[in-house]
Design a binder for this molecule. Structure first.
Ligand code: FES
Length: 119
């Protein structure tokens, strides 16, 4: 695992999310308060880019499409494709792919840059 520069810290601000390519991996980089987090960039359900509309709340990230939710500290799946509830389309499309955790990457600030640890 190696640290890779993702972006200058000055380009981020609280609440911001960016999709970046870091060491040939698509990564979602986000900021909550003064903390940064990084996950794989595409939803585990049907590969929606989480930088576009995902909500971060209560230490979880929720995809806007069918509202699949994962913890941003561990990547653990919390809820799989629950939306919409009626008709139960969300549950049906949820069966189109296997339930998986979201990959999480470590982040750090170094020399004014945000770095992400990637193998
Ligand atoms: S694509 Fe993200 S929940 Fe379906």
């Amino acid at each position: 695992m190696t640290w890779h520069v993702a972006i200058k810290k000055s380009k981020m601000k609280p609440g911001k999310k960016k999709m970046l390519t870091v060491a040939k991996k698509l990564v979602l980089l986000g900021q909550m308060g003064e903390e940064f987090f990084a996950t794989e960039a595409l939803c585990r359900h049907m590969r929606w880019p989480l930088a576009y509309g995902a909500k971060v709340k209560d230490d979880c990230i929720r995809c806007p499409l069918h509202q699949t939710t994962h913890r941003i500290d561990t990547g653990e799946m919390v809820e799989w494709s629950p939306f919409p509830l009626f008709p139960p389309y969300g549950k049906l499309v949820g069966k189109l792919s296997k339930q998986k955790d979201l990959k999480i990457y470590q982040t750090r600030v170094n020399n004014g840059n945000i770095e992400v640890k990637i193998e």
